[in-house]
Design a protein around this ligand. Structure first.
Ligand code: MEV
Length: 429
């Protein structure tokens, strides 16, 4: 897209925003995409079991994102107020510093085969390694379209777990199959491959195979985002840029050293990532599980991001995470809103999408930390939360803003209070 800066977007009506997006993305048939029930019940009924309906979430656009010199308006599906506003606010600051720089490793996903009961576990390991090339070939024969797409199985490893264990249950051999899944998340591809290899692995090892499944710890499928922000861009009411910068670094050190804080800090990062994972029809449980495991990769659970100060006094933020997501397969193309989200992102490759996700996660983290080390989170939160409370109390149209503003003034953000305020307006009429 030309620019992800759309001044005043926040204050437009939903219809005006849809109008702009339809024009920007050449969406001619708006009826289905912007309908009140974009996921039809019949479609939902084919996606999961025992369907009784669908469960919509607000879909907003994170604006102002400049990533590797490219503009992105980022679709985010989330129920929590402040998240989209905060991501867009930080993206605006970061674009003033040249935007986010991102990169990604190859997209290699891992399939695991668990083998137990081997009489000689070392001989079993040797046998599997000797058959490595034929096992890789067999894996590719089980899913030939992956090779045609330029990916497929390309490596294999064997690990012995609990080597010295006395219990017969705990000693095992684990075969890792490494698969380039291209633009797919890869769960089906990998599960098909490892299931196909299992009988041969049993023969080679003289053992018994139990589990044959993808690992969600995708540590060979990483995306990395970085931003470098001069302190003058961080200045906010009552706080110098240096004060904000130092506060953010102190906040990071807290999360890096304390799991109680790290979990909340990382939850704030996933506030930015999950909404994109959801909006693009990806599996957010897989991304969440992998991200938290990666945050504990050195044996202690810490911060997913790092915030430091460089030689010129700039604030430097970095985030690296495993990203088991895709842009083909699964719900990415079945769900009409996921299709719309991918269209809005310019139909990125899985690698590009993963990089957008970590850039937004990094922005979200800075948004939370900047608020926490200055005014506190409640000020901005309450202003937005007050709108939901007003709606919950039955306010509609312009009454939402009137009631919300009054709630903030009174510092009492409660549905009961909102109802009282609405009553006074009724009396005034
Ligand atoms: C709230 O959804 C997220 C925060 O708690 C994150 C954080 O504390 O860093 C504000």
């Amino acid at each position: 897209m030309e620019t992800s800066r759309i001044p005043g977007f926040y204050n437009m009506t939903v219809e005006e925003r849809r109008e702009i997006i339809a024009k920007l993305y050449n969406i001619t048939d708006r009826s289905q995409l912007f309908s009140e029930q974009p996921l039809k019940t019949e479609t939902a009924d084919k996606m999961i079991e025992n369907v009784i309906g669908t469960f919509p979430l607000p879909l907003g656009l994170g604006l102002n994102f400049l990533i590797n010199g490219q503009e992105y308006a980022v679709p985010m599906a989330i129920e929590e107020a402040s998240v989209v506003a905060s991501a867009s606010y930080i993206a605006k600051i970061v674009r003033g510093a040249g935007g986010f720089q991102t990169e990604a490793t190859e997209r290699i996903m891992i399939g695991q085969i668990q083998v137990v009961g081997c009489e000689d576990i070392y001989a079993a390991k040797r046998a599997v390694l000797e058959a490595k090339e034929s096992l890789i070939q067999a894996a590719n024969a089980a899913y030939p379209s992956m090779v045609a797409r330029g990916g497929g199985a390309e490596g294999l490893d064997v690990r012995i777990l609990n080597e010295d264990a006395s219990s017969a249950y705990s000693q095992m051999l684990v075969v890792h199959l490494y698969v380039d899944t291209c633009d797919a998340m890869g769960a089906n591809i990998i599960n098909t491959m490892v299931e196909a290899l299992a009988p041969t692995v049993e023969e080679l090892t003289n053992g018994k195979v139990y589990l044959r499944i993808l690992s969600n710890y995708a540590d060979r499928c990483l995306a990395h985002a970085k931003c470098v922000i001069p302190p003058k861009l961080l200045k906010s009411e009552g706080f110098s840029g240096e004060e904000v910068r130092d506060g953010v670094v102190h906040a990071y050190e807290f999360a890096a050293s304390d799991p109680y804080r790290a979990v909340t800090h990382n939850k704030g990062i996933m506030n930015g990532i999950d909404p994109i994972v959801i909006a693009t029809g990806n599996d957010w449980r897989a991304v969440e599980a992998g991200a938290h495991a990666y945050a504990a990769r050195d044996g202690h659970y810490g911060s997913m991001t790092s915030w430091t100060v460089d030689g010129e006094g700039n604030l430097v933020g970095e985030l690296e995470l495993p990203m088991s997501i895709g842009t083909v397969g699964g719900a990415t193309r079945v769900h009409p809103m996921a299709k719309l989200a991918l269209d809005i992102l310019g139909n990125p490759s899985a690698s590009e999408l993963a990089q957008i996700m970590v850039a937004v996660g990094l922005a979200q983290n800075l948004g939370a930390l900047k608020a926490l080390v200055t005014d506190g989170i409640q000020k901005g939160h309450m202003a937005l939360h007050s709108r939901s409370v007003a709606i919950a109390a039955g306010a509609t149209g312009e009454m939402i803003d009137i009631v919300a503003e009054k709630l903030v003034q009174l510092k009492e953000i409660r549905v009961g209070k909102a109802e009282e305020i609405m009553e006074t307006y009724k009396d005034d009429r």
